[in-house]
Design a protein. Structure first.
Length: 319
C-alpha cells in the first residue's frame, strides 16, 4: 500500500516531445552555421570590406579602397583593385592584386604569422612639391611616431612585390621619372636579433639592384648602370632649391654602418655630368666622364682611407 503523502514520480518525457525540441533547435543552428560559413563572402562583396580595410589602415592620412576581394575560411585571402589616395584625392598607389598566403582559419589560429604576401603589378606615383611629397603626407602619422620601439618579438613578414612601376613627378619643373619592372622582397624575422632583409631590382629605364641587411650592423649594396641623375633632382632641391644635376650614373657600392663604425667600398662613375648650384655663381660644372674608386672606414672617430682616386677629363686627384 503506497503512502498517500508521497507524490507520484514524474513521468519521463515522451519520445515524440524530445524529437520536437530537436527539430526546433536544428533550424536556428543551421541558420547560424550558414551565417558563419558565408560571412567572409558577405564581407568580400559588400561595403564591409572597405570599412575593415580603412580601420586597419587608420594610421594612414589618406583613403584606402578595395575594389573586390575573395575571402573564404579555407582559401587564401585575395584583394583586387586596391587604391590609396591622398587627402587631395590624388592616387598615390594602385595595386591590381594582393594575395595573402594564409587562409582565414589559419590566420585566426595563428594571427602572428601572415605567411607570404604577394603584391602584383603595383603602380605608385610620388608627387614632389617643394619640401614634401604626397607619399610623405599619406605617411605623416607613421613618420611622426615618437613612441619607443618595442623590445619584444616582431610580427614576421615575408613580402614580395612583382612587376611594379614607380613614377616620381616634380611639380616645380613639370618633369617626371619612371622606373618599371620593379621586383622586391622584404623579409622580417620574428627575432629582433636577426636582420631585416631587403632586395630590390628595377630593369627599366636602367638596371638597379639594391640589397640591404638592416640590423646591427646594417649593410647596403647598390649597383646600377646608366641611372639618370635627373631622377634625384627633387631630393637634391630639398638641400637647395637652385641645385640641379644631370648625367648618368654607374655604381657598385657597399656601405656598412654599425655602432661607432662604418665603411664604404666600391666604385662610382658618371658620364655627361652637369651640375648647377648657387656656389657656382651661375656657371655649370660639366664633366664628360668621371670615376671614383673608394675604400674607406670609420672606427672610434678615426677615418682611414685606403683608396680614393678621382679620374676625370680634367685630371686625377688622389687621397
Amino acid at each position: 500500500m503506497s503512502d498517500p503523502a508521497t507524490p507520484p514520480a514524474p513521468s519521463a518525457p515522451h519520445p515524440a516531445a524530445r524529437r520536437k525540441w530537436r527539430f526546433k533547435l536544428i533550424g536556428p543552428l543551421a541558420v547560424l552555421l550558414l551565417a558563419v560559413w558565408f560571412a567572409p563572402a558577405v564581407v568580400a562583396k559588400t561595403a564591409l570590406r572597405n570599412r575593415i580595410a580603412r580601420s586597419a589602415a587608420g594610421d594612414l592620412n589618406g583613403t584606402l579602397d578595395v575594389g573586390d576581394a575573395s575571402l573564404g575560411w579555407f582559401s587564401n585571402v585575395e584583394l583586387r583593385g586596391v587604391t590609396l589616395t591622398d587627402p587631395q584625392g590624388r592616387v598615390v598607389a594602385h595595386v591590381p592584386k594582393v594575395t595573402v598566403g594564409r587562409t582565414l582559419v589559419s590566420l585566426i589560429r595563428d594571427p602572428g604569422d601572415l605567411g607570404e604576401i604577394v603584391v602584383t603589378g603595383p603602380v605608385v606615383e610620388v608627387v614632389c612639391e617643394r619640401d614634401t611629397s604626397n607619399l610623405e603626407t599619406v605617411l605623416q602619422k607613421l613618420l611622426a611616431d615618437t613612441s619607443p620601439p618595442s623590445t619584444g618579438p616582431r610580427t614576421p613578414l615575408n613580402l614580395r612585390v612583382a612587376g611594379g612601376t614607380l613614377t616620381v613627378r616634380d611639380t616645380d619643373t613639370g618633369r617626371f621619372s619612371e622606373f618599371r619592372e620593379i621586383d622586391a622582397t622584404v623579409t622580417v624575422p620574428a627575432a629582433r636579433t636577426e636582420p631585416v632583409a631587403v632586395k630590390l631590382t628595377a630593369n627599366a629605364p636602367a638596371r638597379v639592384d639594391v640589397e640591404a641587411s638592416i640590423g646591427e650592423p646594417s649593410r647596403v649594396r647598390v649597383a646600377t648602370s646608366g641611372f639618370a641623375l635627373e631622377a634625384l633632382a627633387p631630393l637634391l632641391r630639398r638641400a637647395d632649391p637652385k641645385l640641379g644635376v644631370a648625367g648618368s650614373l654607374t655604381a657598385d657600392l657597399t656601405v656598412v654602418v654599425g655602432a661607432g663604425a662604418g665603411s664604404v667600398d666600391g666604385t662610382l662613375g658618371v658620364k655627361g655630368l652637369a651640375v648647377t648650384a648657387p656656389a657656382l655663381s651661375g656657371d655649370t660644372l660639366r664633366l664628360a666622364s668621371a670615376e671614383l674608386p673608394v675604400r674607406a672606414s670609420v672606427s672610434g672617430g678615426a677615418l682611414r682611407v685606403e683608396r680614393a682616386e678621382l679620374t676625370c677629363d680634367v685630371g686625377t686627384a688622389r687621397l
